[in-house]
Design a protein around this ligand. Structure first.
Ligand SMILES: Cc1cc2nc3c(=O)[nH]c(=O)nc-3n(C[C@H](O)[C@H](O)[C@H](O)COP(=O)(O)O)c2cc1C
Length: 343
């Protein structure tokens, strides 16, 4: 049974809706086109691209171009932009819409130094007026819904995120995603949903709760405490994109099917990035799958492989051998420190 009936799905405009209230979070370096392709097939109701800089001079770098690629069949295709200059951000939003993007999401949550040094991401929680100007200018420049993603505040005590959400709503934002941590918390401690509940009371646009959701039980708990309209899942989907199948009530893939999904993911990465870069990017994903499948002891062998073909051969062999019989690890939100350091 689906956990939430389709009638509860979220509308961003008269023509743009979320397929279900279970969204995949944007994660730079992780939720790329290959991962989003699988997450969508496995039931994710909404997905946002990895963060793209709004700086025109970086538009044509390989990284920016790959992050802007739309995923075929996905609706709506949402791309996230980061920056601090309203006019520059509006220009990049217009360009993205020209490329077919159907939702523009603005990042007011990233605590990474290289983003905050440029007064973007969560640094803007210290300049709420500029959040209002950015949302108003971007929303005025494009005819697609504009949404924001933020944190609860600058510190655990303040409510800057709640204020930012209200200001963004006034300025024309059509949805807010709130991560239940402050900027100062980065990724430490447990996410807390109380401030998100406060935001929910004040907003009349849809709100998604985010932070530390990695199972049906934790999704239900986050929604219950926050009262949010839906949930957004980041690290909890890495190594187990089938979490969305569980949330929407689709049949869960069995062990053999999970191994096939992992192998397909590997090939999609090689295809999308090319064999060299694809081989490197595959390492963090396959490490996460092996951990989830109770086979972390196989990681070292995988990491030592030095070609895309060798990765495919190794994974195919293991899928018919050790991996087919490894006992499933409990599905927990492991502390992937190398993942959390990036944003
Ligand atoms: C490796 C990594 C990269 C991230 N990149 C982005 C990003 O590009 N844009 C963004 O808004 N949030 C980014 N985040 C934050 C996530 O979207 C999410 O808010 C956070 O991980 C908390 O949710 P979770 O506990 O479900 O992972 C990133 C997080 C991680 C771990």
């Amino acid at each position: 049974m689906p956990v939430v009936a389709p009638a509860n799905s979220i509308s961003l405009s008269s023509t743009v809706s979320l397929r279900s209230p279970f969204a995949l979070a944007p994660m730079a370096g992780l939720t790329d086109v290959p991962f989003r392709t699988l997450a969508w097939e496995l039931g994710a109701g909404y997905m946002v691209s990895e963060m793209v800089t709004s700086k025109a001079e970086l538009w044509e770098t390989g990284k920016s171009r790959l992050r802007r690629v739309l995923v075929p069949g996905v609706n709506p295709n949402a791309v996230q932009i980061a920056g601090h200059d309203p006019r520059v951000m509006a220009e990049s939003a217009k360009r993205l819409v020209g490329e077919g993007v159907e939702v523009i999401d603005i990042n007011f949550g990233c605590p990474a130094k290289k983003v905050c040094r440029k007064a973007a991401g969560s640094a803007l929680l210290g300049d709420i007026d500029n959040i209002g100007r950015i949302v108003e200018t971007v929303a005025g420049a494009v005819d697609v819904p504009v949404t924001i993603k933020t944190r609860t505040g600058l510190t655990i005590e303040d409510e800057a995120g709640v204020l930012a959400a209200c200001v963004a709503q006034e300025a024309g934002a059509r949805m807010v995603v709130m991560h239940g941590r402050s900027r100062a918390c980065r990724f430490k401690g447990q996410a807390s949903y109380e401030k998100i509940q406060l935001a929910k009371q004040k907003l009349n646009i849809p709100l998604l709760v985010n932070g530390d959701i990695d199972s049906l039980a934790s999704a239900l708990k986050a929604r219950e405490i926050s009262g949010a309209d839906g949930v957004m899942i980041g690290r909890g989907a890495i190594g187990q994109p089938w979490i969305f199948a569980e949330l929407v009530g689709m049949p869960l893939p069995n062990r053999q099917q999970q191994l096939q999904i992992m192998l397909r993911h590997l090939k999609l990465m090689h295809e999308f990035y090319g064999p060299e870069q694809g081989m490197r990017i595959a390492r963090k994903h396959i490490e996460a799958y092996l951990g989830r499948l109770g086979a972390s002891h196989l990681c070292r062998a995988f990491m030592s492989l030095d070609s895309a073909d060798a990765q495919v051969v190794w994974l195919s062999l293991q899928s018919n051998g050790a991996l087919a019989f490894a006992s499933n690890a409990p599905v927990v939100n492991e502390d992937h420190t190398q993942m959390t350091s990036a944003a």
